[in-house]
Design a protein around this ligand. Structure first.
Ligand SMILES: NC(=O)c1ccc[n+]([C@@H]2O[C@H](COP(=O)([O-])OP(=O)(O)OC[C@H]3O[C@@H](n4cnc5c(N)ncnc54)[C@H](O)[C@@H]3O)[C@@H](O)[C@H]2O)c1
Length: 361
């Protein structure tokens, strides 16, 4: 499989893509000359361009779409229409209309589409996912996920000019960037969101942004469960990549609340005491997925706790083996649509808004 990458963030996918035999990364596209030259040199890529159409016309089988969010749908659709497999950065699209058009393009195309929601693949989330899949927590009915990351350093460039993030991430109300939280949660519970209710804290820390400092999206799941998703890209505090909780009929998980803090687990009938949590690590040997056992050391050296590596690897494996990707077009919509519809809810004072199921489109 010959892969072209558009957008420098695609560098995060390089080692995961190359971990699959038969995958070559042959071209990079970025508007900025210095960026794409450095990218090509760093990753040993022979061909570079600033023109996405030229990348599409090149002798490639697949495209990694890693440009700013507002370009994901348009570039994914063009690639799918050209018969190229697509792995897209999050979110899959930024509006309902775009979501519908990406789904239509994916349905028409014989090529594979996958959204690289890397947080689904981090070590702790993968272990919790394996425990959930094997029923350790019982029936799952509640989860929390939060993306709390002060992103001022990327919302403004070195000269202080606003970047695309001030428009597409914090330039409107609603859960504009919820997939890092919702993706793992929906993967664990194995459900989709039927309706969203969204509220905000108001703007306190950064008056230039329209987005509330804290946005909370309550997701009613199709089988009756509940997910509480929080987005905060501007409050002043250190970043923590794991901010989750999960509750089932037989047990619960609480992620660490700061970097380096262990996640906690309690399992009815298995944990030694009714009142004492156990470290997630106590379950690591039994529930670490095979992929993490085999490639964990290589993955951990890459971005987002190995998530970038495994997301890219999963895409390459699905294409090269002709299997279904773990986050195909409908799962990408399950992760993306609630955030898109949350804008309607928050704009109308928090009324519940139905989230369509792309499988019915
Ligand atoms: N999954 C994650 O953990 C994660 C982390 C960071 C960023 N992202 C996502 O990755 C994407 C890119 O983010 P970033 O931080 O690299 O942004 P960035 O602004 O730092 O870089 C964007 C790059 O894309 C190039 N570019 C912009 N428009 C282009 C176009 N039309 N064609 C070709 N190149 C173009 C720019 O020249 C620039 O080099 C965003 O969607 C962001 O949300 C995801």
């Amino acid at each position: 499989m010959r892969v072209g990458i558009v957008g420098k963030r695609g560098g995060a996918f390089v080692s995961g893509l190359r971990s699959v035999p038969g995958v070559d990364i042959v071209a990079v596209c970025d508007l900025d000359l210095a960026t794409r030259t450095a990218f090509a040199e760093r990753h040993g890529i022979e061909s570079q361009t600033d023109d996405f159409r030229r990348l599409l016309d090149a002798d490639i089988d697949a495209i990694a779409v890693a440009t700013p969010m507002q370009f994901h749908a348009e570039q994914s659709i063009a690639a799918l229409e050209a018969g190229k497999h697509v792995v897209s950065e999050v979110t899959a699209a930024v509006s309902l209309d775009e979501c519908q058009r990406v789904v239509a393009a994916a349905r028409r195309s014989s090529a594979t589409y996958m959204m690289a929601e890397n947080y689904c693949f981090s070590r702790s989330n993968a272990i919790v996912g394996e425990m959930a899949r094997r029923g350790v927590f019982g029936d799952l009915y509640y989860a929390e996920g939060a993306y709390i990351h002060d992103c001022h350093h990327v919302q403004y460039d070195a000269a202080g000019n606003p970047t695309w993030r001030t428009i597409w991430q914090v330039g409107s109300r609603g859960c504009t960037y919820g997939t890092h939280s919702l993706g793992p949660v929906l993967t664990w519970i194995d459900d989709r969101v039927a309706s969203v209710t969204c509220h905000g804290s108001g703007v306190h820390s950064e008056q230039r942004h329209i987005q509330d400092d804290v946005t909370v999206m309550l997701c009613q799941l199709a089988r009756g469960g509940l997910a509480d998703i929080r987005l905060d890209m501007q409050s002043r505090r250190p970043h923590n990549m794991t901010h989750y909780a999960l509750q089932g009929t037989r047990g619960a998980y609480l992620s660490g609340r700061h970097p380096g803090e262990s996640g906690l687990v309690w399992i009815d009938g298995r944990s030694p005491s009714r009142e004492t949590w156990e470290p997630l690590d106590a379950y690591r040997d039994e529930f670490t997925p095979l992929e993490w056992r085999e490639y964990g050391a290589q993955a951990a050296a890459t971005g987002h706790g190995g998530g970038d590596f495994f997301a890219a690897r999963a895409f390459a494996l699905s294409v090269t083996t002709g299997t279904t990707p773990p986050i195909g077009i409908d799962r990408a919509m399950d992760f993306t649509l609630p955030g898109v519809l949350s804008a309607q809810s928050i704009a109308s004072g928090g009324v519940p808004v139905a989230v369509p199921d792309s499988r019915e489109w």
